[in-house]
Design a protein around this ligand. Structure first.
Ligand SMILES: Cc1ncc(COP(=O)(O)O)c(C=O)c1O
Length: 398
C-alpha cells in the first residue's frame, strides 16, 4: 500500500497516541510499590527524628544511596526533595546571587552556558528563564566535541558553565567516553573555577544491558585537582516513583561550604520520611536487580522501535543501551513535516526544535522518541503511524 493510502486508512482510525513523555509506565512504577508498605512508626532514623526539621544535607543513609546511584563517594552527595531539576534551579539561583569563583553571575553583563545538542529541553528552558545565553556544541556519539568546547571557552569570556548528560544522554542516548570526560576536565581545570560542568547524571543506573560501568567524575577530577568545577545531579525519579522520588546534588566540600548558607535559606530540611522509606526499600531490594526489572520492561520497547525503524529506508536513528529516549534524524527540513503529519493521525511527538536551545533546530532534522510510557501494543501502532508519516514526508519532498 502506498504511503498516502496508508495515511488515509490510519486517519480513519481516530487514534490517540503519545510518544512525547519520558515517563515510567505504570508497570514500572509498580516495581516500587514496596515503598508504600513501610509503616513509619519507627521515627528515629540515623539517630534523627525524621518527622522534624533539620538534616539539610539529607539523611546520612540516603546520601549513601545517592552515592550508589551516582557512582561517587558519599561525602560529595546531598539528598534533597523529589526533583533534581529543582536542585539545578536552586544551584543556578545561588550562582546568580552569590557565585563560585569569580563572583555572582548577576554582576556580569552576559552569562553564557554551553549546551551540547541535541539536548534536554528543560535545561534549555531553565537557562532561558534565567536569561542565560545558550551556545550549542555538537555531540559526537561519545560526548561533546572537545575542540569546539575548547575553542569556545578560550574565545568567549562570558561562558560560565556547560550542561552534560553523560550517560544515555537525553535524547541521543550516547555515553561520554573516558577520553571525552578526561578532555572536558582538562579544559575546565584551566578556567580557575570560573566555568562549571553541570553533570546531570539522570540515567546513571538506567542500563538495558549488563556491561555498563561508568567513570566517577569526581575521582577523575581529583587527580587533576579540579573537583570544584563539577556539580553533579541525579534522582530516583525513574528508579522508584517519578513524582515522589529523591533528588541528589553532589559537589566538592569547598563548593558545599559555599552553597550551604544559601541552600539553608531556602528551606529547613528535606522530606526525611520519604528518604527513610527509600533507604528501607533499598535495604531489602538490591538496586541493580531493581534496575534489571525496569530494563526487562523497557528493553522490548526500545527493541520494537529499532526493529520498526530498521524495516524502512529513511533517516538515521540512535541505538541507545539505556536511558529513556531514542533520536530519529530525518533529512534536512523534514522533522516538522513528519511531526505535523503524525499529529494529523493522532500521534503526539515532541515538538520539532525542542532538542535545541531556543527551540531552534536550524536544520529541522531531529525528532525525539520516548517509548517508555505507553504499552507495547500502543507503541507498535504509534511506530506504524510514525513510519507512515516518515515515508509520506520523504515522498512529498521529492
Ligand atoms: C537529563 C534529565 N535530567 C533531569 C530530568 C528530571 O529529573 P527529576 O525528575 O529528578 O527532576 C530528566 C527527566 O526526563 C532528564 O531527562
Amino acid at each position: 500500500m502506498d504511503y498516502l493510502s496508508k495515511f488515509e486508512e490510519l486517519k480513519s482510525k481516530e487514534l490517540s497516541l503519545d510518544l512525547t513523555r519520558g515517563k515510567p509506565s505504570s508497570d514500572q512504577l509498580d516495581l516500587s510499590n514496596g515503598l508504600m508498605s513501610f509503616s513509619e512508626n519507627d521515627f528515629l532514623y540515623d539517630g534523627v527524628d525524621i518527622r522534624n526539621y533539620g538534616e539539610i544535607k539529607g539523611l546520612d543513609s540516603c546520601r549513601e544511596l545517592g552515592a550508589e546511584i551516582l557512582g561517587c563517594s558519599k561525602e560529595y552527595v546531598w539528598a534533597g526533595g523529589n526533583s533534581s531539576l529543582s536542585l539545578m534551579s536552586q544551584f543556578m539561583s545561588f550562582l546568580f546571587v552569590e557565585g563560585i569563583g569569580e563572583g555572582p553571575w548577576n554582576s556580569k553583563k552576559r552569562v553564557s552556558v554551553l549546551c551540547p545538542v541535541p539536548g534536554y529541553d528543560r535545561h534549555f528552558n531553565l537557562c532561558e528563564k534565567f536569561g542565560i545565553n545558550m551556545i550549542p556544541v555538537s555531540l559526537t556519539g561519545t560526548g561533546p566535541d572537545l575542540e569546539e568546547v575548547k575553542r569556545l571557552i578560550d574565545s568567549d569570556e562570558s561562558i560560565r558553565g556547560m550542561w552534560c548528560v553523560p550517560k544515555y544522554s537525553n535524547p541521543t542516548g550516547e555515553i561520554y567516553s573516558h577520553q571525552t570526560i578526561d578532555g572536558l576536565l582538562e579544559i575546565f581545570s584551566k578556567t580557575k573555577n570560573k566555568t562549571l560542568i553541570f553533570w546531570d547524571n539522570a540515567y546513571a543506573v538506567h542500563d538495558l544491558y549488563d556491561d555498563s560501568s561508568f567513570d566517577d567524575i569526581f575521582a577523575m577530577a581529583k587527580t587533576k585537582g579540579c573537583e570544584d568545577v563539577v556539580v553533579q545531579f541525579g534522582s530516583s525519579s525513574k528508579i522508584t516513583f517519578a513524582g515522589s522520588g529523591i533528588a541528589f546534588i553532589a559537589m566538592s566540600l569547598n563548593n558545599q561550604n559555599k552553597f550551604l548558607p544559601f541552600y539553608s535559606s531556602l528551606m529547613i530540611g528535606p522530606d526525611k520520611l520519604n528518604q527513610a522509606r527509600h533507604v528501607r526499600f533499598f535495604n531489602q531490594v538490591d538496586l541493580k536487580d531493581h534496575m534489571k526489572r525496569h530494563a526487562a520492561i523497557i528493553k522490548p520497547k526500545f527493541d520494537l522501535v529499532i526493529n520498526k525503524l530498521e524495516s524502512q529506508k529513511f533517516g538515521k536513528w540512535t541505538r541507545p543501551k539505556g536511558g529513556y529516549f531514542l533520536l530519529f534524524e530525518a533529512d534536512k527540513g523534514l522533522a516538522k513535516k513528519i511531526i505535523n503529519l503524525a499529529s494529523e493521525l493522532g500521534l503526539k511527538l515532541t515538538p520539532a526544535g525542542a532538542t535545541h536551545p531556543y527551540g531552534l533546530d536550524e536544520e529541522d532534522k531531529f525528532i525525539r522518541i520516548a517509548p517508555t510510557a505507553c504499552s507495547l501494543d500502543e507503541l507498535d501502532t504509534a511506530m506504524d503511524v510514525f513510519l507512515c508519516c516518515i515515508g509520506l514526508a520523504y515522498e512529498q519532498a521529492q
